[in-house]
Design a protein around this ligand. Structure first.
Ligand SMILES: [Zn+2]
Length: 341
């Protein structure tokens, strides 16, 4: 009797120890998770159907209000206001709605007072700020003459460098079949092999290297950690700008790599695509638990690519390294870092 009790006791202790080590194994991400709140109260799903025309209009209204800081209009507020009125569809009537809310804001009313009765404004404001949070604001520009100029406006860039053509269509959610059936969680930009690919937004290089689907791919996490920009199928042999490695800081508009057709192969450096193109994806991360797994939120970037056509980075080839470099260096102020001299 005493022997059996001791054996059972020991078993319980052993199970507790095992459970403790298993928990360490399954939740090892404390360091990263600290950077975003994880109390369960975060956005779980976002669909982004804002047309490029609405982004353009909101942006113009925001910039035209920018000289007077006291009445500066946040373009995300304008878009969230319109979305809260029609469930984020932007089907009809958004133009006059946006104009009228902009004139109320210019007249001195606060966005809080104008949206106090709107049930979903808060949701859209948070969701759209997550998508577009790294696009518009104060930034420094260094055009290569060591004279930093402070500006206000759009500092996100088209992923395709200036002077290079591309075509794309609305292909988000289309079905795909490599390995297993899955939806197409991005936008394919058809362009020539070697076309310089530019970082839409600044951030940190989180993933760089081979992936059996994306081929040579690079993933950049925004400075506020809410966005993960995924660029895939980069060029065989020389996929990325040679200066880049994991953990590096990338500036908006910096050349990160080149269009290619790699991927769909377990073997590295294989051209598995039928046509050269850049696969561009955008994942939103409100909580670190959403980075990988069932909680992933990928949004449609088609209209974002359209909108960013107005801001293309000029590049120049370095004949020695064969890499292309941006002619302008951009330092967003929201990044909270002083530009290097
Ligand atoms: Zn794709």
């Amino acid at each position: 009797m005493t022997d059996r009790f001791t054996w059972f006791d020991a078993l319980i202790v052993a199970l507790c120890i095992l459970a403790f080590f298993l928990s360490l194994f399954f939740f090892p991400r404390g360091e990263i998770a600290e950077s975003l709140p994880s109390d369960g109260d975060f956005i779980k799903w976002v669909e982004f159907h804002v047309p490029a025309a609405a982004m353009t209009k909101a942006y113009k209204l925001s910039v035209s209000s920018a000289e007077d800081v006291s009445s500066q209009i946040d373009w995300v507020d304008l878009l969230a206001y319109c979305a809260a009125k029609d469930g984020g569809t932007f089907k009809n009537g958004w133009v006059s709605r946006m104009e009228s809310v902009a004139s109320e804001l210019r007249a001195g009313k606060s966005i809080d007072s104008l949206t106090a009765e709107m049930e979903y404004f808060g949701y859209y404001q948070k969701a759209y700020a997550a998508v577009l949070g790294g696009f518009v604001g104060d930034f420094w520009e260094d055009a290569g003459n060591d004279a930093l100029e402070k500006k206000y406006g759009l500092y996100a860039y088209s992923p395709i460098a200036a002077g290079y053509g591309f075509s794309h269509y609305e292909d988000f959610g289309n079905s795909r079949s490599f390995g297993y059936r899955r939806r197409h969680l991005g936008n394919d930009l058809l362009a020539s092999v070697g076309t310089p690919v530019v970082a839409i937004e600044g951030g940190y290089v989180e993933e760089i290297g081979w992936n059996r689907y994306g081929g040579w791919r690079i993933g950049i996490r925004s400075f506020d950690r809410k966005r993960y920009w995924y660029y895939a199928h980069m060029r065989k042999n020389h996929p990325y700008h040679l200066s880049l490695s994991q953990g590096d800081i990338v500036y908006p508009g910096q050349v990160i790599g080149y269009v290619g057709m790699t991927g769909y192969s377990d073997q590295e450096n294989v051209n598995g695509m039928q046509k050269p193109h850049l696969h561009l994806g955008l994942q939103l991360i409100f909580d670190e638990s959403q980075k990988e797994g069932n909680g992933e939120i990928w949004v449609d970037v088609y209209s974002i690519v359209e909108f960013l056509q107005r801001n293309q980075m000029k590049t120049r080839k370095d004949e020695e390294t064969k890499d292309y470099n941006a002619l302008v260096k951009i330092y967003p102020v929201t990044w909270n870092a002083e530009p290097e001299p």
